[in-house]
Design a protein around this ligand. Structure first.
Ligand code: ZN
Ligand code: ZN
Ligand code: ZN
Length: 373
């Protein structure tokens, strides 16, 4: 990754914005171990290890990054090395939890721990700071992470283009007589070849497996005229994720499938088109769900319409009934209704970003069923 791109994605002033948000939330310090929160704040893609790496962001006072001495070179090399941030290495016989506690300013009565911190570390921090109440850092960071910057939206656009290139190659992998696993292996290779650094998931749901939204790859042989749900995603070098679903069939699909597929296509489009600032996630969900219900398929669409996406494939905001927090520019999420009658199923998924005057789809491959000859 080029340095100027990294700086735009992980700007040095973010650390100050996080400190300000921490102060406003009435939290004495954030403690972030390796994971998406640490990466968001510093750009440091640290490995989760049993040895403690922890960014401490006190509400008042200077932030510091405690790292095992063995990881110091990696931390210095990372974007965190270019921040106004003291790196504090610890040695094998030190207690790094006590080290963090000692360096925090006095009087910290509440600490915000990274949402995905290991329980073993949470308990070590509790022992090192017995008087501090522990809360999740997510309450502070969600407000920032949910509203993507222009650079983050650009990273999601790049991720969308990469997974779209993979979808364009899928017809070449689908041949009657091949198994889901064989096709899935080719797709996984293509996800890397098209620019991702990691394959996050590959769903190839043929026939009845297409009616299970979270089907695992199986040794089921794909037959002609069987609809196949292909839901795939990976992580780009930027750290940002892709996620898109398209539907394929070798030869013409069964007539009843074609009928509900058209309902689904209109529903997915209606939900995407509903996206603009001020609209609630539950209204985006309802826009598509109501069409599906009116066509008589309501009970075959049994999951939420979508999830936020960014440094994680699933993050806030969730596009679900009950979420009434209005959309704002920069919010990014999937719109992925499905209809799953049982013998087969279908789901169409795009990543959509709320813009100042509407929305932008990060995925642009055709949403019609792809019939492979
Ligand atoms: Zn998906
Ligand atoms: Zn998704
Ligand atoms: Zn549109």
């Amino acid at each position: 990754m080029e340095t100027d791109v990294t700086t735009a994605l992980y700007p040095p002033e973010r650390l100050e914005a996080v400190r300000e948000a921490t102060r406003r939330a009435g939290i004495g310090a954030l403690l972030l171990t390796p994971g998406p929160d640490l990466r968001y704040v510093t750009g440091y893609h640290a490995l989760p290890l049993e040895r403690l790496t922890c960014l401490a962001v006190p509400a008042s006072g200077e932030p510091f990054l405690v790292v095992p001495r063995l990881e110091l070179p990696a931390a210095k090399e990372s974007p965190a090395g270019g921040l106004d941030l003291e790196l504090v290495p610890w040695d094998e016989t030190d207690d790094p939890f006590a080290l963090v506690a000692r360096r925090l300013p006095g009087g910290v009565s509440r600490v915000g721990l990274a949402d995905q911190m290991w329980a073993a570390m949470v308990l070590r921090f509790r022992a090192a700071m017995p008087d501090a109440e522990q809360v999740v850092a997510g309450t502070v960071l969600r407000e920032l992470r949910m509203r993507k910057s222009a650079a983050e939206v650009a990273a999601l656009r790049e991720a969308g283009a990469a997974i779209d290139r993979v979808h364009r190659r899928v017809p070449g992998f689908l041949k009657p007589g091949r198994t889901e696993r064989e096709v899935g292996r080719d797709i996984a290779d293509a996800i890397i070849a098209e620019g991702h650094t990691a394959v996050d998931f590959v769903i190839v749901g043929s026939g009845p497996n297409g009616a299970n939204p979270h089907a695992e790859l199986s040794d089921r042989v794909i037959a002609a005229h069987e609809p196949v749900v292909v839901d795939i995603g990976g992580t780009m070098p930027s750290g940002y994720c892709s996620d898109s679903t398209r539907n394929y069939c070798v030869g013409e699909p069964p007539p009843e499938y074609a009928e509900y597929y058209e309902v689904l296509r209109r529903a997915q489009d209606a939900s995407c088109e509903a996206v603009r600032p001020g609209v609630t996630p539950e209204a985006v969900d309802a826009a598509g769900r109501d069409l599906i219900a009116a066509a008589g398929y309501g009970k075959h669409f049994f999951h939420r319409t979508g999830h936020g996406i960014g440094l994680e494939t699933h993050e806030e905001p969730y596009i679900v009934a009950g979420n009434t927090e209005p959309l704002e520019p920069g919010m990014a999420f999937s719109v992925e209704p499905g209809i799953y009658p049982g013998a087969h199923g279908a789901r169409i998924e795009d990543i959509v970003v709320c813009t100042r005057d509407g929305h932008e789809r990060m995925n642009t491959t055709p949403r019609e069923l792809v019939v492979v000859d």
